[in-house]
Design a protein around this ligand. Structure first.
Ligand code: PEP
Ligand code: MN
Length: 371
């Protein structure tokens, strides 16, 4: 059960003390406090865990400071959508809103190779009106002999260049808790010219200790990729690990499933699950067409498979597109064969726009013909 307190409730007030004294008398019920500090006010939610079946929502609603009561199912307590749950399905970060009704493209380098390529990429994004990108500094690789990413060495120039070109949010994978400190140090050193959305890759979806540590920091939002060989429920529970530790600014990323039934694509594209994740949870949903398809193959209609599946995801209501581009894919150190060319960026963005407009028209149509 969640008790949503009146906005601005102070935890040092007499009413709050009365409320917590009462909750302390409930047998077998533990209370977990979650506070969200906004610019104007603080929102506090109390999670009652344990023996809450016998609690009457009407009684709880009458307690001091309580504005609303939400009874949660066992699943995805923090991030899930529950009955009569009108908690928001969005968050703001560094001036950008991420929600179940917004859309942002994160085009960029799978792996940072040098400052020149980063700059060419970011300039192209700025010229095309983009404020988000992807930049890999820490790369999880199948072979220990493959390029592992430049790590912390590239962070200062990536952040400075992002600031120079007006990029507000960089999606960047981390594979170890020490990367958090390295990113924070580089942001601090460069004067916070941009923001970072921490990415947990598909190989780490169930790295629970990493999830707990990343979930404990609340400065940066998190993009959690679906695990490529586990169920959707298992991946959604992984997202819940982040939220249960305190960070609920989580975007859920679909990136295809590992099975040869998707051949000749690198992974079986799973973007039909966009509406499913939006129904089960309040997380914005990202699609990654590059790691799903894994090549620049095109169909006879002249459209690249990467663009086809992007459109499919956006048409299904995706809120974020993570996509590999590279100024010189043959020289890319990671995933060159699936990268789009910079000259394809305007085409890609226009194609996304067509799919987005079609999605919005479909939403309006569904409203015209309600169930
Ligand atoms: C990536 O986005 O660069 C990446 C490695 O993705 P995934 O974890 O989905 O394989
Ligand atoms: Mn990649």
């Amino acid at each position: 059960m969640i008790l949503i307190l009146s906005p601005g409730t102070r935890t040092d007030s007499a009413e709050y003390r009365q409320l917590s004294n009462h909750l302390a008398t409930l047998q077998g019920v533990q209370v977990r406090v979650h506070s969200e500090h906004g610019i104007e006010q603080t929102l506090t939610e109390l999670y009652l865990i344990g023996n809450t079946k016998s609690l009457d929502p009407t009684d709880m609603q009458a307690l001091p400071c309580v504005e609303r009561v939400v009874r949660v199912s066992q699943e995805y307590r923090v991030l899930g959508r529950h009955k009569d749950d009108s908690r928001p399905a969005y968050f703001d970060y560094n001036g950008v809103r991420f929600g179940q009704d917004t859309l942002h493209v994160f085009a960029g380098l799978c792996a940072v190779d040098n400052a020149e390529h980063v700059e060419i990429m970011l300039r192209a994004l700025r010229d095309n009106g983009q404020v988000c990108t992807r930049m890999g500094a820490y790369k999880p690789r199948t072979s220990p002999y493959a390029f592992q990413g430049h790590g912390k060495a590239c962070l200062p120039y990536v952040f400075e260049l992002a600031g120079k070109y007006g990029i507000k949010v960089i999606a960047m994978e981390i594979t170890h808790e020490s990367h958090l400190d390295e990113i924070n140090a580089a942001l601090h050193q460069t004067g916070h010219p941009t923001g970072v959305m921490l990415q947990i890759g598909t190989r780490n979806t169930q790295n629970f200790e990493l999830l707990k540590i990343v979930g404990r920091q609340t400065e940066m939002p998190i993009l959690l990729k679906r695990g490529f060989g586990i169920t959707l429920d298992e991946s959604l529970n992984a997202a819940e690990y982040l939220a249960s530790e305190g960070n609920r600014n989580v975007v859920f990323g679909l990136r295809g499933m590992k099975t040869n039934m998707g051949d000749p694509h690198r992974n079986l594209v799973d973007f039909a699950h966009v509406p499913v994740v939006k129904r089960l949870t309040r997380m914005p949903v990202c699609v990654d067409p590059s790691h799903s398809v894994g090549s620049r193959a095109a169909s006879p209609d002249g459209i690249l498979d990467v663009m086809h599946v992007t459109a499919q995801g956006v048409l299904a209501g995706a809120n974020m597109v993570l996509v590999d581009f590279h100024p010189a894919p043959t020289r890319a150190l990671v995933d060159g064969p699936q990268a789009l060319l910079l000259k394809e960026l305007p085409h890609f963005l226009e194609d996304v726009q067509i799919a987005r407009e079609a999605y919005l028209r479909r939403v309006a149509l569904a409203k015209k013909y309600p169930e």
